[in-house]
Design a protein around this ligand. Structure first.
Ligand code: NAD
Length: 256
């Protein structure tokens, strides 16, 4: 379905980004991976699906790195047809204790980076009159939790960015939508489970159950494969008129 298309997925060396990159590769898209850590293993996993893949290690908190990555993607694969803004970090603290540098980092990586990639990707998408922008927001793009002020602000912001870009591109073949996952068991969430287990002196299994029970009525984690499936749908022609949505995949979290 996506043969001949190129997908750039930010923050795709692990977790949700890697899951979405694999799902798009399975549909025939060439992949630009981004993110920290070992890129060889995720690259090999994508290659084994028969897709072309490159990696760029841009730090998504740095606009000049992002510009370099977008130029690199265009040089390797002509243009970016599918942009998945996924890179994200978390920091948990009360607002009065929130370290200023952590606030700046969360806003830069979780929100401002998507502005930069989008502004740089849209011109070529307009030229081709086809494009897909998929922003990985969160249930926290729609509702809040205590001690996550920066993350909640950034995720609400990316839902707003999604709607504005969807309107600006509404008469074109470019769509822009957001996916709002609930809890997904990735390194980002494992850290919160481990912190909770240590803080409350409970087992990791208990901390995991408590985490789910608090927010996610299904009591099951959303999987990266489920998110990949939705990303593939949003890239399909069936989704040509899906524009500006913030689609929950959260086990009922935001239905409460
Ligand atoms: P993760 O920690 O497994 O992966 C994050 C990825 O982002 C990694 O590839 C990492 O290298 C990369 N990254 C981090 N900082 C970066 C930077 N400065 N520059 C470039 N890359 C950077 O996290 P995840 O759980 O897969 O989260 C992915 C996205 O999904 C995030 O935006 C997160 O907010 C969102 N999300 C996660 C959950 C969840 O439960 N895990 C729920 C809702 C939304």
């Amino acid at each position: 379905m996506l043969k001949g298309k190129t997908a750039l997925v930010t923050g795709s060396t692990s977790g949700i980004g890697l899951g979405i990159a694999k799902a798009l590769a399975q549909q025939g898209a060439s992949i630009v991976l981004n993110g920290f850590g070992d890129a060889d293993k995720p690259k090999a996993e994508i290659e084994s699906l028969g897709a072309r893949v490159v990696h760029h290690g841009a730090d998504m908190s740095k606009p000049s790195d992002i510009e370099d990555m977008m130029k690199f993607a265009a040089a390797r694969f002509d243009r970016v047809d599918i942009l998945v803004n996924n890179a994200g970090i978390q920091h948990v603290a009360k607002v009065e204790d929130f370290p200023v540098d952590r606030w700046d980092a969360v806003i830069a990586i979780n929100l401002t980076s998507a502005f930069h990639t989008t502004r740089l990707a849209v011109p070529a998408m307009r030229e081709a009159n086809w494009g897909r922008i998929v922003n990985i927001a969160s249930a926290h793009g729609l509702v809040a939790s205590a001690q996550k002020s920066a993350y909640v602000a950034a995720k609400h912001g990316i839902v707003g960015l999604t709607k504005a870009v969807a309107l600006e591109t509404a008469t074109t073949g470019i769509t822009c939508n957001a996916i709002c996952p609930g809890w997904v068991l990735t390194p980002l969430v494992q850290k919160q489970i481990d912190d909770r287990s240590a803080r409350e002196g409970i087992s990791v299994a208990q901390a995991q159950n408590d985490l789910l029970g608090e927010k996610q009525p299904s009591l099951q984690f959303t999987t990266v494969e489920q998110l990949g499936g939705l990303a593939v749908f949003l890239c399909s022609s069936a989704a040509d008129q899906v524009r500006g949505v913030a689609w929950q995949v959260d086990g009922g979290w935001t239905a409460q």
